[in-house]
Write a protein that binds this ligand. Structure first.
Ligand code: SF4
Length: 308
């Protein structure tokens, strides 16, 4: 089948089955182009809760589709590639967190949304990179906070809020490679450009970056908003390169330079048009979560939604 035939068939099946396609900014451009909603973790979670579609085809990695299934148990949530995983989500299990909590019985667990349903079930409140500061600032000052699983995001939150967090030693294999030296080198090459940096990057809490006037730390949705509102013409993008597709589409005439062309999440790129079509045709792969875990995992997500 040609690409055109595949996308036409996807659109037809979507209508017939009353399905909606949610896609993350890091997916392939052709997936972003067929999505009904494109967003980052927070936006996609919110959209999963709002949609009245019967089927959600979630184009992203497994924990994201799980989050949609936690929020919308009455809908069929399908993930086109069952094996699309995330190094960050895989850095901690529910059992790891249960054991860590035992050593800090009075601590509050804040989990980045990049976690499995099992981990969320042991969590007090979730956060995303878009609302992490707000979530942490909302917690009682005299409480110890256990932050999982991204140590870079956690270190950035500590710098920005002045609060001491206990950090789990996890990271995103894509953002972990982005160092302060890479940012400073790019700044020298493009001194007029704003540099938009994801707080999962290894350099997120480096003073040299935090003190750089042209550097802004944002969630992916924050980057999209900043680029649209800024009077600047040139931007260096320090996150997964899939984001450039949306930035370029939204901002003709502005230039977006990837910090490094190999900043690619291979797991996100596993989702292809063929896989989306197969998911819709066969109604596969259904994301199922045991009801007792789902109910527990929903509470920290709801707390986050209320705060943000
Ligand atoms: S970019 Fe990193 S955090 Fe996002 S899905 Fe890929 S491995 Fe996970």
């Amino acid at each position: 089948m040609t690409t055109r035939e595949i996308t036409d068939r996807i659109r037809q099946l979507k209508e017939e089955k009353h399905a909606v396609i949610l896609a993350h900014y890091y997916t392939r451009p052709e997936i972003q182009d067929i999505a009904d909603y494109l967003g980052d973790s927070l936006g996609l979670s919110q959209e999963a809760g709002k949609t009245d579609a019967e089927i959600i085809v979630f184009c992203g990695v497994h924990f994201m589709a799980e989050t949609a299934a936690i929020i919308s148990p009455e809908k069929k949530v399908l993930i086109p590639v069952l094996g699309a995983g995330c190094s960050l989500a895989e850095s901690i299990t529910g059992e790891d967190l249960r054991q860590w909590k035992e050593t800090h019985p009075d601590g509050i667990v804040v989990s980045y949304v990049n976690t499995t349903a099992d981990v969320k079930a042991w969590t007090d409140v979730c956060c995303t990179s878009a609302n992490a500061l707000k979530v942490v600032e909302s917690l009682p000052k005299d409480k110890q906070i256990l932050f999982v699983p991204d140590k870079n995001l956690g270190a950035w939150i500590m710098k920005k809020t002045g609060r001491q967090l206990e950090l789990w030693d996890g990271n995103c294999c894509v953002h972990q490679r982005i160092t302060a030296e890479m940012i400073l080198e790019k700044h020298e090459a493009y001194p007029e450009a704003d540099i938009l940096i994801h707080p999962e990057c290894a350099c997120a809490s480096d003073e040299r970056i935090l003190n750089l006037p042209e550097a802004y730390l944002y969630s992916t949705a924050g980057m999209v908003k900043h680029a649209a509102q800024s009077g600047k013409r040139q931007f260096v993008i320090a996150t997964e390169t899939g984001t450039l597709h949306k930035l370029e589409q939204d901002n003709p005439g502005k230039e977006f330079i990837p910090l490094h062309p190999e900043t690619i999440c291979r797991e996100m790129k596993k989702v292809t048009l063929e896989k989306v079509l197969e998911a819709l045709e066969k109604e596969q792969h259904l994301v199922e979560i045991p009801e007792d875990i789902r109910k527990k995992a929903l509470l920290p997500i709801e707390r986050m939604m209320k705060i943000s």
